[in-house]
Design a protein around this ligand. Structure first.
Ligand SMILES: [Zn+2]
Length: 129
């Protein structure tokens, strides 16, 4: 015979099984990029290299809640990757390109990249089929 407490704990375990937990890191990276093929006259300045402070937020799934992924180390790895791979010039990469690249490289759940914290992209993967 199971006690009420055991029943309660089982229901909590079932609820916990439905949860998806991610850790989140955010960082900013100053760099230039450009869109040489921009066909829109109103924003033709995008054809030239221009500077942004890219605001990046990365979410990574964890399998338990006790530092499965150490957030400070994840942030350092992302920062080092960006520095080593792109430096201060993303070339013709869009926010969507940058977010996708980071998502794929770090096996993230989602990644957002906003130009100056204003406009940009959010890319995410579906965790369940
Ligand atoms: Zn831009």
């Amino acid at each position: 015979m199971t006690s009420q407490l055991e029943e309660f704990e089982k229901s909590c375990d079932r609820d916990r099984a439905k949860l998806t937990t991610v850790v989140v890191v955010s960082l900013r990276h100053e760099a230039v990029h450009h869109w040489p093929e921009c066909p829109i006259e109103d924003v033709k300045f995008l054809r030239d290299k221009h500077r942004h402070e890219f605001h990046i937020v990365a979410s990574k799934a964890v399998t338990h809640t006790d530092r499965d992924v150490e957030i400070i180390m994840l942030k350092r790895r992302i920062r080092a990757y960006i520095d080593d791979s792109f430096g201060k010039d993303f070339g013709r990469m869009s926010c969507e390109d940058i977010a996708t690249d980071l998502l794929m490289h770090f096996d993230l759940v989602s990644c957002s990249v906003l130009e100056d914290g204003e406009n940009g992209a959010n890319v995410w993967r579906n965790l369940k089929p």
